[in-house]
Design a protein around this ligand. Structure first.
Ligand code: ADP
Length: 462
């Protein structure tokens, strides 16, 4: 094992629930935490959880405040921080940020910028997968430069096809195309959306899989080439290609399928000598064949369920790995893959301040009543859930993540239902009723939802 550099202070370059999650991990490790906040977030809870907090991005938009690399690094240095944890979203997958941290002598708690660049965008990571024999969805693994080319490639691929933004995320820049007539207008709109959202209009094409399952594998690697997986998560319950409820283990996988998909995730991570926490995402077609779609080089919203069943604190381990601890060190204590075992089942429900009856439009306002769930087998990770909290329109509408953990899937669903029923949130609309409808649906209880589930069951919205 190389040299250990114990951190004294970590800057959390994020907001909301994930900022609190990281601040808690720091506190448990005896590390001071520094929060940054925009003017719009001056009354946000995460700020008060940190040991120190500083306003950033004066005069900038609420989002841009969290994206100013120079200002964040300057602040980290001025306040004596050893490291920065980026959370998810914002700068988490920005290789330039990771590189700027390194150049300033600040440890970026995540993979190196070289690893991020190697997995780069969705096209590049597919090429990495192919190079190590991990199956990918058939398609064209290069950016399409013209409408003619788009048409030619789509014909070759065979309809239906999926147009995807190379730099995509959050389900944006994606279009399903079922015939040649639709192709050009859809290509234009995907391209324009990608330019607007990601500043990169590169589009590629792959075969559209009908109602697949989304299965992803959590990996964890240290600085010395040791890598383990923390098994899979089933994230098939999605609305508009965005996850709503996640759980582990996936009921749809046989032991052989589980082993194959987890091995492929390790193969991929090994291909770039991956370190820190990361997730390899796959789609599973109706025959049960899995295909790699992308790697997320950060901690994910749904990391919680893997923590519950494995007992491994992913965020703490990210910090320890960045300090230089090996997986098999006393601190992390994962001597080999065999040390990662699954105990029971876990489900995460994302409570959002959205109105399901109004096409999930984000709702804003003051929370007038907030009563939380608690009790055996329930874990809550929240941002601004408290009476008097003002929900602004500026950020993601995720309010609190409710996780349940029990010995059987059925017990875990029952616990989730019990917890959501205990929650009482007034003053802003939430999706709790909708989440309960999903949890109580026989297809969900059978662990058998695919990505078309919400679309195919409009009665869930009532
Ligand atoms: P993003 O990065 O925007 O989240 P992903 O590539 O992770 O996009 O895909 C998100 C979701 O979109 C998947 O979980 C799946 O539901 C759907 N999807 C992506 N690619 C395909 C495809 N080729 N066929 C069918 N569905 C797809």
């Amino acid at each position: 094992m190389g040299r250990i550099k114990q951190f004294k202070k970590v800057l959390v370059a994020n907001r909301g629930e994930i900022a609190i999650r990281i601040i808690r991990a720091c506190r448990e490790l005896g590390i001071r935490s520094v929060a940054i906040y925009s003017e719009e977030d001056k009354n946000s809870l995460f700020r008060t959880k940190a040991d120190e907090s500083y306003e950033i991005g004066k005069g900038k938009s609420p989002i841009d405040a969290y994206l100013d690399i120079d200002e964040i690094i300057r602040l980290a240095k001025a306040k004596g921080c050893d490291a920065i944890h980026p959370g998810y979203g914002f700068l988490a997958e920005n290789a330039g940020f990771a590189e700027a941290c390194e150049k300033s002598g600040i440890e970026f708690i995540g993979p190196t910028h070289e690893m991020m660049n190697a997995l780069g965008d969705k096209i590049q990571s597919k090429l990495v997968a192919e190079s190590v024999g991990v199956p990918t969805i058939p398609g064209v693994d290069k950016a399409i430069s013209s409408e003619d080319e788009a048409l030619e490639f789509a014909e070759k691929c065979g309809y239906p096809v999926m147009l995807k933004a190379a730099a995509g995320g959050g389900g944006r820049g994606m279009r399903i195309v079922r015939s040649s007539e639709e192709l050009i207008p859809q290509f234009r709109s995907a391209h324009n959306e990608a330019v607007k959202a990601f500043g990169n209009g590169d589009i590629f094409i792959e075969k559209y899989l009908e109602e697949p399952k989304h299965i992803e594998v959590q990996v964890l690697g240290d600085k010395y080439g040791n890598l383990v997986h923390l098994y899979e998560r089933d994230c098939s319950v999605q609305r508009r290609h965005q996850k709503v409820i996640e759980f582990t283990p996936a009921l749809c996988l046989s032991d052989a399928q589980r082993e194959a998909i987890c091995n492929d995730a390790i193969k991929l991570a090994k291909a770039v000598d991956y370190r820190s926490a990361g997730t390899c995402e796959f789609l599973l077609d109706k025959s049960g064949q899995h295909y790699f779609i992308e790697m997320n080089t950060r901690v994910q919203v749904e990391h919680t369920v893997s923590e519950l069943v494995t007992g491994i604190d992913i965020v703490q381990d990210m910090i320890l790995i960045a300090e230089g601890y090996a997986l098999d060190s006393e601190r992390i204590n994962i001597k080999s893959q065999k040390d990662v075992t699954m105990n029971g089942y876990a489900i995460q429900c994302r409570i959002t301040t959205e109105d399901p009856a109004n096409n999930f439009a984000p709702d804003t306002g003051t929370i007038t009543e907030y009563r939380s769930a608690a009790g055996f087998g329930i874990r809550l990770d929240g941002g601004n859930g408290f009476t008097g909290s003002v929900i602004s329109p500026y950020y993601d509408s995720l309010l609190v993540k409710v996780c349940s953990h029990a010995r059987s899937f059925n017990d875990t669903v029952n616990k989730a239902v019990r917890a959501l029923t205990e929650m009482r949130i007034e003053g802003v609309k939430t999706n709790i009723g909708f989440l309960l409808n999903v949890l109580n649906h026989p297809t969900f209880r059978a662990g058998n939802c695919n990505t078309g589930f919400i679309n195919d069951n409009p009665e869930l919205l009532n």
